[in-house]
Design a binder for this molecule. Structure first.
Ligand code: AMP
Length: 172
């Protein structure tokens, strides 16, 4: 295991039964509060691919994607929960490990053919990432890869991302 994977594992806190019984929540706030860990993760995400835009999925994806975009010299694009973006949007609905949701992106968020990296904190069932890939494509851009801090392998989210390059910084 790499030093970075070890550092990430060490700084992500397991919170049982949050937000509902049976879910083991992966809390990234200890990692964000550690400057060495946060900057190592930012550097890793920024160096994965040459891209035009980095998408962050609300809300924890924003925290990871925005500094990575800055570092990479790429633009940052927010993918938000329904009703939060002010201009014209595209939307996709999907099932979560706990509940269901709809995410949106601005219709004009990408230039045609933009190369895009999608970033989130946790890949669980893959519904969110799959919807994000669909939205980027519908908006006329190219998904280069999806990157997550942590993949929960037992939920088989990667099966829903067939044909999409996936970069989990750690797999549990
Ligand atoms: P999914 O669509 O099932 O892959 O769920 C991924 C989304 O839900 C990500 O945006 C995560 O932030 C959040 N999520 C799902 N399961 C967990 C978990 N066990 N711990 C932390 N976040 C989670």
């Amino acid at each position: 295991m790499s030093d970075l994977s070890r550092l990430i594992l060490d700084r992500i806190r397991d919170v049982p039964d949050y937000p509902k019984p049976g879910v083991l929540f992966k809390d990234i706030t200890p990692l964000l509060a550690d400057p060495a860990a946060f900057s190592a993760v930012t550097d890793e995400l920024a160096g994965l691919h040459e891209v035009d835009k980095i998408v962050g999925i609300e809300a924890r994806g924003f925290i990871l994607a925005a500094p990575a975009a800055y570092k990479a010299g790429a633009g940052f694009v927010p993918m938000r929960k329904k009703g939060k973006l002010p201009s014209e949007t595209l939307d996709e609905s999907y099932d979560l490990e706990y509940g269901s949701a709809t995410i949106e992106v601005h219709r004009d968020a990408f230039a045609p053919g933009d190369r895009v990296l999608i970033v989130d904190d946790v890949l669980a069932t893959g519904g969110t990432a799959c919807a994000a890939v669909e939205l980027v494509r519908r908006a006329g851009a190219e998904v280069v890869a999806v990157a997550v801090l942590m993949e929960l392998a037992f939920l088989k989210g990667r099966d829903r991302l067939a044909g999409v390059e996936l970069h989990p910084l750690v797999i549990v």
